[in-house]
Design a protein around this ligand. Sequence first.
Ligand code: FA5
Ligand code: MG
Length: 457
Amino acid sequence: TRRQSEASKIESKTLDVLGTAYATDDWTNTPPAILAKTGRNLLHQPSHPLAILKELIFKEFPTFAHYDSLSPVVSTHQNFDSLGFAQDHPGRSKTDTYYVNQNTLLRTHTSAHQLQLLAAISQGEHNVLMQAKNNFAAPRNERFLVAADVYRRDEIDASHYPVFHQMEGVCTFSREEVRDKIRQATTAERDSRTGDACHSDQVAQMVDATVVGEDNPMQSAHSAEEVAFLVKNMKQAMNDMVVQILTKAVAAQQSSGEVSASGSQTQFPVRWIDAYFPFTSPSWEMEVLFQGEWLEICGCGVMKQEILNQAGMPDRIGWAFGFGLERLAMLLFGVHDIRLFWSSDSRFVGQFSPGRINSFRPFSRHPSCAKDVSFWLPAESTFHENDIMDLVRETAGDLVEGVKLIDSFTHPKTGKGSRCYRINYCSMDRNVTNEEINVVQELVRKRMVEQLGVTLR
Ligand code: FA5
Ligand code: MG
């Protein structure tokens, strides 16, 4: 009987994610509402705007392998260690990441699959690759895209949701191939300058133009020519893809009469901002000017050579990017609230069809309702804002539109911290009554006391 009771104890201490039971421990912090999202598969619904965008991007990279069926449950090794995240990197903390248990989590980015896929490719594990692949005939396996749902504990507003989607791009070259390409390019350039050869100057210029500052260094494993080649190739590929897709969107708006042809924007200025990622160097964020606003749509850079070495490809070099699909989709389809992507209301899902970009026609906006909650922090405070965000989401679901800190002070005598948050409630698809919201707000207040140990004021 002792063994039996131990077995049932273990049984109750598991978390079921996509049909697999995982042992839980004191790292487990993934709430039911988040778990429910793991099975939604928005990228596999052909008429969903995110799936439409996924297909458009896949089409822009016809020679790459395309993966879109990798499980969101990954190891801390995949998500962090394999990519060179420091042990104390803030992304690893329980306040930022949804853990299944100490060694297992819901991926926070598609980069989690870089090493795993490269290693499978270099070892010729075709079965592993085929299970997750969507274009079986792709000619180039060592160049691939990964589209997937990713999970982050984050603030709540119109452009942040705890689940979103990314598109990873990984493009590798053999060093020999790169050497040949550089040789061809410099020969062509020399010929065009009628014998006025200044190879090293040119290369220096190329590198200057691409690798900016000491804060964004190239790796010692790479030559300046290799970096210049990779960066140019990467920026060209990303630029071409974004321009192709935005051009399609504008054409669609024109043909439906939403934008007049004469006044339309036909160029999409792009800028590259120096960035830092543990797994690329140098690194950038790409921003695109669309309808008057600079929008950060992706991170990218030259892959850390350790990753390729680890994968068994020391003779290859490469670049990688990670696009946020929601950011682009909100632009392309005119969806102004990120929650709408999760709506199963036919007035949303019924507006889109495969392969087509069209502007979403919002259904009437429903009134929102603000409720404030003020409280004293517990004395021994391990309090983190994201705990409130999760608690409100768990309690109110998609009725919550935003949560904002509106007041914060420390009592001069007692030294106690006080906070006031404003919770905005608004349904995407129906009117809600004040009574209904009061019930939800009461529950939020009760749970804040029980779960966070705060004292309501
Ligand atoms: C990353 O996730 C890196 N893995 C990207 C990368 C890949 C860099 C490969 C280098 C090489 P970042 O956290 O900045 O980086 O997210 C990448 C993109 O995802 C952002 O540019 C943005 O478009 C989108 N994104 C990030 N956070 C959110 C969010 N909370 N909601 C919606 N989109 C988001
Ligand atoms: Mg960023």
